[in-house]
Design a protein around this ligand. Sequence first.
Ligand code: SAH
Ligand code: SF4
Ligand code: F3S
Length: 442
Amino acid sequence: MNSYEGKLFHVVTYGCQMNVHESEKIRGILSTLGMLETEDINQAKVIVFNTCCIREGAEDRAYNNIIALKKAKSIDPSKVIVICGCMSQQKKGKYNLKTKLPFVDIILGTHNINSLKEHLLNFDKSHVRIIEILDSATSSMDTEKCIRDDKVNAYVNIIYGCDKFCTYCIVPHVRGREKSRDPKDIYKEVKDLVQNQGYKYITLLGQNVNSYGKDLKDKTSFAELLSYLCKIEGDFKIKFMTSHPMDFGDDMIKVMKTESKIAKFLHLPVQSGSSKVLARMNRHYDIKHYMKIIKKLKRAVPNISLSTDIIVGFPGETDKDYNQTIKLLNKVKYDQVFAFMYSKRTGTPAAEFTDQIEDDIKNTRVNRLLRLQKIIQKDQIKKYFNKTYDCLIQQVNGVAVGITDGGKEIYIPNYRYDNQNYFAKVKVDSIRNHKLSGVIVS
Ligand code: SAH
Ligand code: SF4
Ligand code: F3S
């Protein structure tokens, strides 16, 4: 018996899918202590902040929300406050969590969330503050249990860490070196999710999934892993993120073309349309290489949905560089673009570059880019007409809807949805007010 049993916990998550999935693992760990989840942070005995430090805004948000709990903790000292994730792993961040937040009870880095249970039990006995920030993982990152929120799409880690060291990015500094999971463990996990838990989409996660296997004895490549996972029987599809254009080879295009279980969707961050900027970002590809991949993909996988990440206002970005990014968006016509203003991260090379761009220029550039992308996206709707998409059939606001691999909704009028999750081919037969409608053709 421990004092956590039957009590409530609340997890606050910031950052990328990797963190979302790690929070699912944290919820699993807390449930093995006999705890129950609450939506209300004020009711919780254990509060976990799973943090992100990719940009200053993410850090500020987390910090302000943690500090807001100071009063609640002073009123009820039996509350246990935990911080984990990328912010706690930072060596030289804006906030020194250890000294600035003395009321926080447990601080863990990114390599040891699976020791959370042990730390909570120790804290329960001693009430002595625990700080454990390791330089690398000492054991497997797999946890005993994982409580997933989403019942349709399940995240599965395939590789941890990043060795790419893009000059703007904090991730390699807080997530450590690349470490691939054993393909057999991944296979087992995916098989269970699909065959026993009914998941329809499996999203494989890694900071750079294309680096998968380089550190394994048998050097299984990412494309090989995908083919292997497609052998699992069942009505499901595989997505993955994030792909790095540098290692996205022809083997990937081939597997995306031939395996029907791979979703027709790809998130391929370009970051900038200027090869000069890309070189300074240490991205290891130029725009010519990137466009070659896009061209081959569009040819091999018709109807593919594409998305990307862009950083505007990287040090030294001129109007000419920025206009090349605009040109690229007009050319590729992504279905979705995530655009960010460059944010200086202490400890990364770009933070030391002397040609930093002023905030108001970054602001103007990002807004103009997003406005343009909105127009492109609106115009893109035309391309769906008369085409057939393999969709997951769901119900949205009482109406049957087919959802494409890229997340586009196609309304299916007069179709009775029977509450089952299944894939079916939907042909778009009308577009009205930017909404798609269609019929099931198989
Ligand atoms: N591993 C992935 C994603 C990493 S973080 C990849 O390589 O693409 C997600 C996105 O955040 C990045 O693609 C990048 O566009 C953005 N990002 C990373 N560091 C940033 C910084 N310092 N300032 C602004 N955006 C940043
Ligand atoms: Fe960051 Fe680059 Fe690694 Fe992505 S590939 S996590 S942007 S260093
Ligand atoms: Fe943020 Fe860490 Fe992900 S810095 S974006 S939570 S890897």
